[in-house]
Design a protein around this ligand. Structure first.
Ligand SMILES: Cc1ncc(C[n+]2csc(CCOP(=O)(O)OP(=O)(O)O)c2C)c(N)n1
Ligand SMILES: [Mg+2]
Length: 318
């Protein structure tokens, strides 16, 4: 049974993720926003041990970094390509940056490949005879690539301590799941001999419960799991995409089940928070974001000395 204290920190993590997403959206024309999908991002990372490996989906990577303990300022500096970023501003992108030198993979632009990194990290944990778990999050579009099948087959055969989480927002750029995805992603778990969990991707507690169940399974040496966290991309593929190819009605109905509203309504109904508490959690997170953006904007860009490879490796960058 999760304590109310833990549930409230999960709530704060969810709001912090939303405020950070909104902060980046306010100035970034090509941000691949995870607004509306934070329950998968936060619920899929919350409660892991520091020595567990976490490999993010590119959409939501910043928020996942926060959950893993990264500095908000340094993450925003990464988006702006400033020298104070985790990678010292060498590759500016919204999805770079890491919490610590260990156990948080950065992203490449070649999607799908990270699913195999998840199997690889889990194989490493097993070969080193640890009880570490590797968690990898990827989109529904990525789940239709060869790497998904290779990674799940390997993990299934070798009973690797991996948790595969599909951030299923039902879109792959402009292609809807009806056009691009055969069957239900969760059902693919059977083919690879692992449990499949269908989670409500707009309910952070449901996603987190699925994560913790899958992690316990993996830690006990029972092998991998696949979590299909069903949500919806309520924004364009990136900030300035009007997403005219989406049905407005569909979008509206998912917006009514916004993950923040879902959790706030539950916490209020249980008497755990008041409207005033909610307001102050949002205000606190929003002012943290404003300060992080202001600080990162005034930071310097990397100088030519950053081109020296030995500095890059010393900084833990690539
Ligand atoms: C190997 C590869 N193919 C194509 C792309 C172009 N691309 C960028 S984002 C994206 C959509 C991915 O869809 P999904 O996995 O569902 O993630 P989402 O954007 O919905 O979060 C594509 C196809 C890419 N980056 N890498
Ligand atoms: Mg998608």
């Amino acid at each position: 049974m999760t304590s109310n204290e833990t549930r409230l920190s999960l709530y704060r993590a969810l709001v912090r993720a939303r405020e950070l997403e909104n902060g980046i959206i306010s100035f970034h024309p090509y941000f691949h926003s995870a607004v509306g999908e934070e329950a998968v991002v936060v619920g899929g990372a919350f409660g892991l041990r520091p020595d567990d490996v976490y490999i993010p989906h590119y959409r939501g990577a910043l928020a996942a970094n926060l959950v893993r303990g990264a500095s908000m300022h340094r993450l925003v500096a990464g988006v702006l390509g400033k020298v104070t970023a985790y990678d010292r501003g060498r590759f500016f992108s919204e999805v770079r940056g890491r919490a610590e030198p260990k156990n948080f993979s950065t992203m490449g632009g070649f999607l799908g490949t990270t699913i195999t990194y998840g199997a690889g990290a889990a194989l490493s944990a097993k070969l080193r005879k640890t009880d570490e778990v590797a968690v990898v999050v990827f989109g529904d579009g990525c789940a239709n690539k060869g790497e998904f099948h290779e990674a799940l087959n390997l993990a299934g055969v070798l009973k690797l301590p991996a948790v595969f989480i599909c951030q299923n927002n039902q879109y792959c750029i402009s292609m809807s799941a009806e056009r691009g995805t055969a069957g239900r992603i969760v059902d693919r778990a059977i083919g690879y001999g692992m449990p499949g969990i269908q989670a409500d991707g707009n309910d952070v507690e449901a996603v987190n419960a699925a994560l913790l169940q899958a992690v316990a399974h993996a830690r006990a040496g029972k092998g991998p799991s696949l979590i299909d966290a069903l949500t919806y991309r309520v924004s364009g593929h990136w900030t300035t995409d009007p997403a005219a190819y989406q049905s407005q009605e569909n979008r509206r109905s998912w917006l009514e089940r916004d993950p923040i509203l879902v959790f706030e309504n539950r916490l209020k109904a249980e008497g755990l928070v008041t409207d005033d508490d909610i307001k102050s959690v949002h205000e606190e997170a929003a002012s943290e974001v404003t300060a992080a953006i202001a600080q990162a904007k005034s930071d310097p860009p990397p100088g030519p000395e950053e081109l020296r490879p030995e500095l890059v490796y010393a900084a833990g960058g690539r």
